[in-house]
Design a binder for this molecule. Structure first.
Ligand SMILES: Nc1ncnc2c1ncn2[C@@H]1O[C@H](COP(=O)(O)OP(=O)(O)OP(=O)(O)O)[C@@H](O)[C@H]1O
Ligand SMILES: [Mg+2]
Length: 278
């Protein structure tokens, strides 16, 4: 079971070119995928396709299909869809509902909409506040938080729904290095719980550390996909302006100047140190 994307193309209304072009990808349940690509390569549009905002909200033209756990995405009813696919926006300011006065209520909002009983809501919101280490924010007005705090609350409001698939679009854009690490730890906890994770993130060193599989988008096309160890050290990434983890760059550089030999091009710090010791 999982997500199957088959010959999927999409064109925004009034545009003459497809923004996603013949995508094919199989994501197994429980896998942790990262999507990388330059600005404008179609990452957010792809994420929106996975929760059917493309085309339901944006309209435009779709060809091909997305099948989740054997069922065509277009046949999911709205309630099924929100419990199946949780989506964290690229911009946390758009995720905050604007109708709730406290962080606690904000996080409870989605469950309320699903008519979950009150006791259960309180329990789940408290657990989520704890998991994200934002208990101290629970009485704060969501509008009066920093970008980083909003980003955490946005993530909390999705995690609380306990969806099987988490689609997370650049969750660390507002965060400092510590905040970024914290978010990755939380995403990693979700991955360990067996959630399917689809994460858009530019910080390749962190992806190398945490994700399992990588899909590379370039001008709306998948140019590479597969195991992170085979993708992140591919020089095509640099050619396409996406970059490479600094450890892979270092290894290529050391090889070039004849200072070291590597059995494989490492993508993480740990592996680089291990290989240099040999
Ligand atoms: N609502 C829209 N209508 C028409 N074109 C759009 C719309 N939203 C995005 N696009 C175009 O689609 C392309 C892909 O945009 P998208 O936001 O998916 O890229 P991205 O990879 O997420 O970029 P970033 O890294 O900057 O977030 C861009 O060329 C963009 O201009
Ligand atoms: Mg984007």
């Amino acid at each position: 079971m999982g997500i199957e994307i088959k010959n999927f193309s999409y064109k925004y209304p009034l545009e003459d070119k497809n923004v996603l072009e013949n995508l094919n990808l199989k994501i197994e349940t429980g896998e942790f995928w990262a999507i990388v690509g330059k600005n404008g390569s179609g990452k957010t549009t792809f994420c929106n396709a996975l929760r059917r905002f493309v085309p339901d909200f944006y309209k435009g033209e779709v060809t091909g299909k997305i099948v989740i756990d054997g069922k065509n995405l277009k046949d999911f009813n709205p309630k099924e869809l929100v419990t199946k696919v949780g989506f964290v926006f690229q911009n946390p300011f758009t995720q905050i509902s604007g109708v709730k006065d406290t962080v606690f209520e904000e996080i409870a909002y989605g469950l309320e909409n699903l008519a979950v009983e009150k006791e259960k809501i309180i329990k789940r919101v408290n657990e989520t506040l704890k998991l994200l280490e934002i208990e101290h924010l629970k009485d704060k007005n969501p509008q009066e938080m920093s970008g980083g705090q909003k980003q955490r609350v946005a993530l909390a409001s999705i995690i609380v729904m306990d969806p099987e698939i988490l689609v997370i679009d650049e969750p660390t854009s507002q965060l400092d290095p510590k905040g970024t690490q914290d978010i990755f730890k939380i995403i990693n906890i979700m991955a360990k719980k067996g959630k399917t994770i689809i994460l858009v993130e530019h910080k390749l060193e962190l992806i190398a550390e945490y994700a399992e599989k990588i899909v590379v988008l370039d001008e709306g096309k998948i140019i590479l996909s597969g195991d992170k160890k085979e993708i992140l050290n591919n020089r095509l990434l640099e050619e396409k302006g996406i970059g490479m983890p600094q450890y892979s760059k270092l290894a290529y550089e050391l090889i070039k100047v004849g200072k070291a030999k590597f059995e494989e091009i490492p993508i993480t710090k740990g592996k680089t140190v291990e290989l240099l010791k040999k």
